[in-house]
Each structure stands twice: as structure tokens, then as C-alpha cells.
Design a protein. Structure first.
Length: 172
């Protein structure tokens, strides 16, 4: 029987499964550093919530690989959503510019876009993901389903993330 609450057993399983979790994440992300982060997240979650693993549903090996892959996909989607949001913001800025816009106005506009993206970088990953999914047009219920959290949590992440981004922008 697997007892992930026991530090010695946890360490044994960590040593045995960390490489596979890293490989599963890297197969999605194609970035060893990001895959390492995902692997650490998976085991941190398991340490904090060992009851998340149910041995009746499959082996620990399969569970760890599945969670690592799912988290890597979530991370990949967040990165892609951030890229699309930046592209959209750039297009919107371009469509609103007047042809007689001065060079200074163009620079100020680009700097504002960069500041908005920097403000999002300071937002915790879960909140940033919720904001970006919202910007992609997903409803709050869809965001909750996509991120596997309750609706109230999804709403809170969006609200708190926007507050932090606004504070970061105001400080800049």
C-alpha cells in the first residue's frame, strides 16, 4: 500500500517517478526547465494532498504521469493564450492608430502594451491563466471546467488577478 503521507515512502516514490513525470511534461512543453517546474508542482501537490491519489483508479506511476501531462498541457495553453492576447492587443493598437500618428505616440502605445504584459507576468500563474482564458472569450463556467476548479475559485482568480495587474500597472 502506498502511503504518500509518510516522508520516507514519499521520497522513495519521488526518486522513482520524478524522471517519468519530467519526461511526460517535457513531451508536451519541449522545454526541460518548464518540465522541471511542472514535475515539482506535481510532487508538491502530492505532498500537500496525498489523498488526491486513489490507488483503486490505477497505479501511482500512471497517476503521476497523467497529472504531469495534464499540468504541462495547462501550462502550454496558458502560454499560448498569453501569446494570442499579446498579438490581439498589438492588432487592436494598430487598428486604432491614426496614420498621422507621431513616432512618440507609437512608442508610447508600444510601451503601454509592454507594461500590460509585464503586469500580467507579475500575476500568479493560476490567476494569469484565468484572466487569459477570459480574454480568449471563455465564460467563467468554461474557465472553471478547463482549469478543474470550482466556479467560485475561477471567479476569484479572475478578480484577484485583475486587481494585481491593475496595481502593477498603477505602480508603473
Amino acid at each position: 500500500m502506498v502511503d504518500l503521507g509518510d516522508p520516507q515512502q514519499f521520497e522513495l516514490h519521488y526518486r522513482r517517478l520524478a524522471g517519468g513525470a519530467r519526461a511526460a511534461a517535457n513531451s508536451v512543453l519541449k522545454d526541460p526547465s518548464a518540465a522541471e517546474d511542472v514535475m515539482q508542482d506535481v510532487f508538491t501537490h502530492l505532498w500537500q494532498r496525498p489523498q488526491a491519489y486513489d490507488p483503486r483508479r490505477g497505479s501511482l506511476d500512471t497517476y503521476v504521469a497523467m497529472v504531469a501531462r495534464a499540468r504541462a498541457i495547462d501550462r502550454w495553453r496558458s502560454a499560448k493564450a498569453l501569446e494570442r492576447a499579446a498579438e490581439r492587443a498589438g492588432r487592436e493598437i494598430d487598428t486604432h492608430r491614426r496614420e498621422d500618428e507621431s513616432a512618440a505616440e507609437k512608442v508610447i502605445g508600444r510601451e503601454r502594451s509592454r507594461a500590460a504584459l509585464r503586469a500580467l507576468e507579475d500575476v500568479p500563474p493560476d490567476q494569469r491563466e484565468a484572466i487569459l482564458l477570459s480574454a480568449e472569450g471563455l465564460a467563467q463556467t468554461e474557465i472553471a471546467q478547463a482549469t478543474h476548479v470550482p466556479l467560485g475559485t475561477a471567479k476569484g482568480r479572475i478578480r484577484l488577478g485583475l486587481q494585481k495587474a491593475r496595481s502593477a500597472l498603477a505602480a508603473a
